[in-house]
Design a protein around this ligand. Structure first.
Ligand SMILES: [Cu+2]
Length: 170
């Protein structure tokens, strides 16, 4: 009997190796999802006072801001009972668009159909998520958190236009 085999049972060692291989493969898959496929988790970016949105320079005029023409845009979007402000967002195809979403009143949801954009909109917090719309078209977004009578009608649209047709936000 060697000193080695007395430390860890043969079967136990095998299961340790299998578990380690499994963990390593999960880590590789997370890496592929995050870096190669661009899968990301929406984050709560910062806090904001829902009662003071109108006094905040960024939230008093929600909508699209151009950071780098044709390449980088940000969208400030407010959810409130029972609408999104603004309802219509226009961005060029192929640009990276970062959404900042918050609520003026109660909890809502923000989900863009046919994409992986989906975040809970919690008053007091700013949800941050990014996406590149590769193809021109209309992408509808909806509220996913039941918020009362007008919930079902709470929606908007992102109009993704060819870069050469983009004439600025709104
Ligand atoms: Cu709702």
């Amino acid at each position: 009997m060697t000193a080695h085999s007395t430390l860890i049972d043969r079967h136990e060692r095998r299961w340790i190796l299998i578990s380690a291989a499994l963990l390593a493969s999960f880590a590789v898959l997370i890496g592929i999802a995050g870096f190669a496929l661009g899968v990301q988790v929406p984050t709560l970016d910062r806090r904001v006072d829902p009662k003071k949105l109108n006094e905040d320079p960024m939230w008093s005029k929600p909508g699209v801001r151009e950071l780098v023409p044709g390449r980088k845009y940000e969208v400030y979007l407010i959810a409130q009972t029972w609408q999104f402000v603004p309802r219509e967002i226009v961005v060029p195809a192929g640009a990276k668009v970062t959404f900042y979403v918050t609520s003026r009143d109660i909890q809502h949801g923000f989900k863009v159909l046919d994409t992986d954009l989906n975040v809970q909109v919690i008053p007091g917090y700013v949800g941050k998520l990014s996406y590149t719309f590769k193809e021109p078209g209309e992408y509808k977004f909806i509220c996913t958190e039941y918020c009362g009578l007008g919930h079902a009608a709470m929606s908007g649209v992102i109009k993704v236009v060819p870069p050469e047709e983009y004439t600025g936000s709104q």
